[in-house]
Design a protein around this ligand. Structure first.
Ligand code: GTP
Ligand code: MG
Length: 416
């Protein structure tokens, strides 16, 4: 008998998926609730089904390429939220790669084959039993139950500042779905875990404007996080450092008339870019119109405390004043603050309709699990990382590979 797992928002949805894939003969063995329904989170159930080998529909035996298997969300083609799906997909890849052509095409006597199957089933049952002992929900502390080859990666991820609930959930799934062969040592466990994490980071691919459509990006966030510096880096990138030199225009929202414009003005002069200062919503709309000749319009805002509702409201009013251009709101946050503070910041700025997140000061911290957990929990894609003060070089276009490498192996300037 072959044991397979499927997930869905309800047990019925998961069962439907199972039946679609392996046919009506699938036998329900177990139903688990992986994630409870909570604010902003869909519930997630997983079912385990068994199916006699000979009854499996032919489509299950031949795995489609990974690309077509991915359960992608509606927003971004490289966003994946479902841990369980990710874990299963990696297991499937491993299954495929484990069966080498020479072995699969070898003639095996039917009796011998039957014995092997029986042995595998017996081992499978034993493993399930051991797994349940390790990951018993009632166990007060998962850390004490971690097998030695998982201990290193658990410690690393724990030290990274990742939310414990995320880490424990992933560890449990890694343990459940990881093919036996890969569990041999901590190195292969690390590789598996790394692949799983990578699949869970929502990332926004950088896209360029193509005339007549322009791109407008507004950077918002707390004070001193690096918004203006990042605007300067982005302006240099788009206007000078890409294959095509885009026309870039800058706007500074100085709604409190505190002269916040000077810093960006200097960069604008150096790069010979048009710049507009705006103090109220009608001015904002006319500034956008006066930069109509630009491909990219980058909008800098004054930093505001996440708890200063009035300042955030002013920015909101400006966004409301513009209806023609779709402005991407990028929430800029420093990587050096803990997950709970990042989450509070995100929640307070979310009234602006955040499109992507940018994390700065990666060079000033050691743990990156807080970034991972925020992106995973909110599902908001990351667009850029800032890795130092230097303009324009200390900017990295976000990729899940880069973040996971930082998370597990530390930030290293040469990798940026
Ligand atoms: N180490 C490090 N410093 C950075 C980074 N990004 C910006 N900074 C520094 O952080 C300080 C504040 O940067 P700004 O760009 O002025 O920050 P801001 O968000 O525009 O600040 P306000 O406009 O006052 O809200 C400056 O000294 C920058 O050089 C980074 O990635 N790493
Ligand atoms: Mg600034």
């Amino acid at each position: 008998m072959k044991i397979l797992t499927f997930s869905g928002k309800t047990p019925a949805e998961a069962l439907q998926k199972a039946q679609l894939e392996v046919g009506e003969d699938a036998m329900l063995i177990e139903t688990r609730e992986l994630q409870k329904k909570a604010l902003g989170k869909m519930p997630l159930y997983e079912i385990v089904v068994g199916i006699e080998e000979e009854k499996i529909k032919p489509s299950t035996q031949k795995q489609p390429p990974l690309k077509r298997q991915q359960p992608l969300t509606e927003k971004s083609s490289d966003v994946m939220f479902n841990i369980s799906e990710a874990a299963k997909q990696i297991s499937k890849i491993a299954e495929v790669t484990e069966v080498s052509p020479s072995v699969s095409s070898r003639k095996v006597e039917p009796v011998e084959l039957k014995q092997i199957h029986t042995e595998i089933e017996r081992l499978g049952d034993k493993i399930k039993l051991i797994q349940n002992m390790f990951w018993d929900e009632r166990s007060p502390d998962l850390e004490t139950a971690i097998p030695p080859e998982f201990a290193e990666i658990y410690k690393l991820a724990m030290q990274s500042g990742m939310k414990k609930e995320h880490l424990d959930g992933m560890m449990k799934l890694t343990f459940e779905h990881m093919p036996l062969k890969m569990r041999e040592n901590s190195e292969s466990v690390k590789r598996y875990f790394q692949t799983l994490l990578r699949k869970m980071i929502p990332v926004r691919r950088e896209s360029m404007p193509s005339a007549p459509v322009k791109k407008a990006m507004m950077l918002v966030g707390p004070t001193g996080v690096g918004k203006t510096t990042s605007i300067a880096k982005l302006a240099a990138r788009y206007s000078y450092l890409m294959e095509k030199n885009y026309k870039v225009g800058l706007i500074v929202l100085d709604t409190y008339r505190i002269g916040a414009v000077e810093q960006l003005m200097q960069y604008a002069r150096m790069m010979k870019l048009g710049i507009e200062t705006v103090v109220d919503p009608p001015e904002f709309a006319s500034a956008l119109r006066s930069l109509h000749y630009c491909d990219f319009i980058l909008i800098d805002t004054m930093g505001s405390s996440p708890y200063d509702k009035e300042k955030i409201e002013k920015i909101y009013e400006c966004l409301q004043a513009e209806s023609e251009l779709n402005i991407d709101v990028v929430l800029v946050m420093p990587s050096s603050i803990k997950f709970e503070d990042l989450k509070a910041t995100y929640e307070n700025f979310s009234t602006l309709g955040v499109d992507t997140m940018m994390f700065t000061k990666l060079d000033e911290t050691r743990g990156f699990g807080n970034i991972f957990s925020l992106a995973y929990e909110t599902g908001k894609p990351i667009s850029y990382f800032s890795v130092g003060q230097e303009v324009p070089e200390d900017l990295v276009v976000a990729s899940s590979d880069f973040l996971i490498d930082c998370l597990l192996n530390g930030f290293n300037r040469s990798k940026a």
